[in-house]
Design a protein around this ligand. Structure first.
Ligand SMILES: *Cc1c(COP(=O)(O)O)cnc(C)c1O
Length: 397
């Protein structure tokens, strides 16, 4: 076999795969309602696009410093100060080609073969595979719907071994749409400090919270925990900039330096033009986020309400991001034309084929009792989609 052991251990991102399948069906003329998407359906704001065009016209089209231009690092530093009360210097910041790239580089920088990475489940699809790519071992720690999918401190403690190096937190969460409260974060921070571990805190959905919930970064809970946390964030979700590929990380100097070295031997700098656009996104008017959030909020209320009206589904009300994560386990054991529905994949496949509705099976996120629906699509599409789901579920015997 020509492929490395590493390459053979990982799979393509299942969420991107489902989105691709739905888009392919659409291209064939099939009327698919796509709840699979993991990106805002809004266009990047005009002022951000203009900043990129200006950068091109001014010839800002060459290599930049590997870890990002100072103007963008400074904008990120100011963001952390303003939004999270966190103080960082330029040496504690790196700009990468998306938050996913920052996450990858952290894994590369701190994991050695055999190191264990604690991943609360359900989890975002890339965390385990990125650990595997570094010959580390993903260790899943189950979280429960009745705890709003927050990690229990007893469960965390029970999974720590001498090989545990890292815990990955994601709040607001993809796929659950839920957010951590301060008390739970304090409990987690204490255990992390006592066990000399590190935390990656993926805060990409920070700006997308509802019902007055305020995002809390675990790094902001004290000096010691800040030294043990690498915060990851980016522009993709808050500014509808998924295609621009700008993310960033903040953390201890030595880790950021190692990440920068890794970046210098792989991608080099993130795109010069996108960096200029990102400065404008962070420094320019912020009213776009409010407008997008108001729209997401309307859809969220409508979708959760509609899902909970369907017999066999129950869904917590998400407090962040743009996902609903209904419990589908009551449907398992039912049949459609002699074909059993016994898992989240059976259900997702049934809904795609029979109802022309694309959503992601929960097993992709480590929990087979759920499916994920993204509401980054119009309210009309959501309405059409839930009607189809209701009808299809009614047909199950
Ligand atoms: C979308 C997403 C990312 C990656 O964002 P990019 O900046 O586009 O790479 C990271 N983490 C989570 C949880 C996400 O949903």
């Amino acid at each position: 076999m020509i492929l490395s052991n590493r390459a053979q251990k990982i799979k393509p991102s299942p969420t991107l795969a489902i989105d691709a399948k739905a888009k392919a069906m659409k291209a064939q003329g099939i009327d698919v309602v796509n709840f699979g998407v993991g990106e805002p359906d809004f266009d990047t704001p005009e002022n951000i696009k203009e900043a990129a065009i200006k950068a091109i016209k001014e010839g800002f089209t060459k290599y930049t410093p590997v870890g990002g231009i100072d103007a963008l690092k400074d904008a990120v530093i100011d963001k952390f100060k303003k939004d999270n009360g966190l103080d960082y210097t330029r040496e504690e910041i790196i700009i990468s080609c998306g938050a996913k790239h920052s996450l990858y580089n952290i894994n590369q920088a701190i994991l050695s073969p055999g190191d264990e990475v604690l991943i609360p489940s359900p989890y975002w699809v890339s965390y385990p595979d990125q650990a595997l790519l570094n010959d580390a071992v993903p260790v899943f720690v189950k979280t429960y719907e009745k705890d709003s999918f927050m990690l229990r401190t007893e469960s965390l403690k029970a999974h720590i071994t001498p090989k545990t190096k890292l815990l990955i937190l994601n709040s607001p969460s993809n796929p659950t749409g839920l957010t951590y409260d301060q008390k739970t974060l304090e409990g987690i921070a204490e255990i992390v400090l006592r066990n000399n571990m590190y935390i990656i805190s993926d805060e990409i959905y920070e700006k997308l919270t509802y019902d007055g919930v305020k995002h809390i970064s675990i790094a902001s809970l004290g000096k010691e925990i800040k030294q043990r946390t690498i915060v990851v964030n980016g522009l993709s979700k808050s500014y509808a900039m998924t295609g621009w590929r700008i993310g960033y990380a903040a953390g201890p100097k030595d880790i950021i330096k190692a990440m920068t070295n890794i970046q210098s031997q792989s991608t080099s700098n993130p795109t010069s033009i996108a960096q200029k656009a990102a400065v404008e996104a962070l420094r320019g008017p912020q009213d776009f986020i409010k407008t997008m959030l108001e729209e997401f909020d309307k859809r969220r209320k409508f979708l959760i309400d509609s899902l909970n009206k369907i017999n066999g589904l129950s869904c917590l009300t998400p407090t962040g991001a743009f996902y609903a994560f209904p419990n589908t386990s009551a449907l398992y054991g039912r049949y459609y034309n002699e074909k059993p529905i016994n898992s989240s994949s059976d259900l997702a496949m049934y809904l795609l084929e029979e109802a022309k509705v694309a959503l992601v099976h929960g097993a992709a996120f480590g929990d087979d009792n759920y499916v994920r629906l993204s509401y980054a699509t119009s309210i009309d599409m959501i309405k059409k989609g839930v009607d189809r789901i209701a009808e299809a579920i009614q047909k199950l015997k």
